[in-house]
Ligand binder design. Structure first.
Ligand code: ATP
Ligand code: MG
Length: 454
């Protein structure tokens, strides 16, 4: 039987007087070991090590977030996050292979080769007595600093969605669900904890997370959670462009990018991320076809276990606004090459106001665009030379995508397909000259970002 502690924990949400945040105490449901399907074999060795060592040192240690949610849904979690009552400094002392990260939302990364386990100390809602050093909120309710520690019950209320406030307790292998999270998981329902408007104002990125989880998990966004999004979408302007870029990568690389694109547009969020592209998608059916094909191809590659190149899909998403501006320059008398370069400058600098694009992405994006002109010269005697260009493969795939989306390129795709078949020796091996994410090969383990950085 599932033990409900509703009687002992006050239900409903109560506003703290003298504080502009909502603090809540919500019903806790404990699902014992034999009533759920998480076993230790579903959890990575590294996460288990962290949980056990914390526990042996006398601390509470629970798996939380996607690691619990996805395992309960029968999916493979992307990573494992741990919640504990140990302070970041205590965690850091327990693990030699750990580092303290984040200032506004302090946490600890415990590093095992390529795997990073993120350990967060239980958070509590701050009260007026806390100094600005540990907690701060902006004029419009946005959380600027969130380092007040508390109990597990308080921590649950600081999390975003009820299905993300599921904890797996290493002490007795039970699952703890808050605020109806267990029912929501069974009913595939995404529901924010607390008052949706307040929670979006605290952190507008939660609107993007709602869409990401809905698309990735095939969940419905519950009505009250969904309702404020289209109106509050412009709040994303307050988010640093670098954080938005990280979110963009997560939005489109989980295997359901097509649903994500449709939901982002439905909720008025896509325009906040890619304003120029959104305008083209509204006005030009061919631009929409290309964006949807880009997402479909990305999803197919991910499902087939192939790598995807973020700069490729970014180049594809921004192609429609690029050619619009390029055509304007050409109509004003500029030659195709400088017109493309100047259009790329303008489109990039406009885009950087919404989401940052690191150079390791923007440089190959421009190369793909510029190569489109060179690939159009199929009569050139130097055509075979282009096959050796490090970005040839991406630029060729881009030609195919344009044709697939309805652009008439006068047989360009066929020409380059045939030329490659005739000169297989000229094509550089993939992965040697370029890596798929556009980065250099690095020896350090990949850095897991601080997801809850406000
Ligand atoms: P995935 O790792 O598959 O993207 P996740 O739910 O684990 O999904 P993370 O970004 O890894 O998401 O964050 C771990 C947990 O931290 C979340 O499940 C949630 O409980 C909490 N969390 C993360 N970001 C926020 C946020 N912006 N606001 C409130 N809680 C958050
Ligand atoms: Mg996670």
């Amino acid at each position: 039987m599932i033990k409900s502690l509703t009687d002992t924990v006050k239900a409903g949400f109560k506003r703290l007087s003298g504080n502009n945040r909502s603090q809540a105490q919500a019903p806790l449901t404990v699902i014992p070991r034999d009533q759920h399907q998480i076993s230790r074999s579903n959890i990575s060795e590294s996460a288990l090590k962290v949980l056990y060592r914390l526990n042996k040192a006398g601390h509470q240690a629970l798996l939380v977030g996607g690691g619990v949610r996805d395992t309960l849904l029968g999916l493979h979690p992307k990573d494992f996050d741990v919640a504990t009552d140990a302070t970041p400094e205590q965690v850091n002392q327990l693990f030699r292979n750990s580092r303290l990260i984040g200032r506004r939302f302090k946490l600890v990364h415990v590093v095992f080769g390529r795997e990073v386990i993120e350990v967060a100390t239980f958070r509590a809602p701050p009260s007026d007595s806390h100094s600005d050093k540990v907690a701060a909120t902006g004029d419009q309710g946005m959380i600027l600093r969130d380092n007040v520690y508390g109990s597990k019950d308080e921590d649950a209320m600081r999390r975003d969605f009820t299905v993300n406030a599921l904890y797996y307790d290493i002490a007795d292998f039970s699952v703890h669900a808050y605020a109806g999270g267990w029912d929501d998981l069974q009913n595939k329902r995404l529901r924010l904890i607390g008052d949706p408007e307040t929670r979006y104002r605290e952190d507008p990125v939660r609107m993007l997370r709602a869409v990401r989880f809905a698309a990735k998990l095939g969940f419905n966004i519950e009505a009250q959670t969904a309702e404020p999004i289209p109106v509050m979408a412009p709040l994303l302007e307050q988010i640093p462009a670098a954080r938005l870029f990280e979110e963009v990568l997560k939005l489109f690389l989980h295997g359901n990018a097509l649903d994500t694109l449709r939901l982002l547009r439905e909720y008025n969020l896509f325009g906040a991320l890619f304003p120029a592209t959104e305008q083209c998608l509204r006005e030009d059916p061919q631009a929409l076809t290309m964006a949807e094909n880009t997402m479909r191809n990305t999803d197919d590659r991910i499902r087939a276990g192939k790598s995807v190149t973020p700069y490729f899909f970014m180049a594809a998403l921004m192609w429609a606004p690029l050619i619009r501006v390029r055509d304007e320059f050409q109509a004003a008398g500029m030659a195709p090459h400088p017109a493309t370069q100047k259009a790329a400058d303008r489109i990039m600098s406009q885009q950087l106001q919404s989401t940052s694009i690191p150079k390791r992405f923007s440089i190959p994006m421009r190369e793909i665009w510029e190569l489109q002109l060179r690939l159009a010269k199929t009569q050139s005697r130097k055509a075979t030379e282009l096959l050796t260009h490090p970005r040839f493969r991406a630029a060729y795939d881009f030609v195919l995508l344009r044709e697939q989306s309805g652009e008439d390129l006068k047989g360009m795709g066929k020409f380059w397909t045939r030329l490659q078949q005739e000169h297989p020796d000229l094509i550089p091996a993939r992965g040697r000259s370029e890596r798929d994410d556009g980065s250099r090969k690095r020896r350090r383990p990949p850095r897991k970002r601080n997801n809850r950085r406000p």
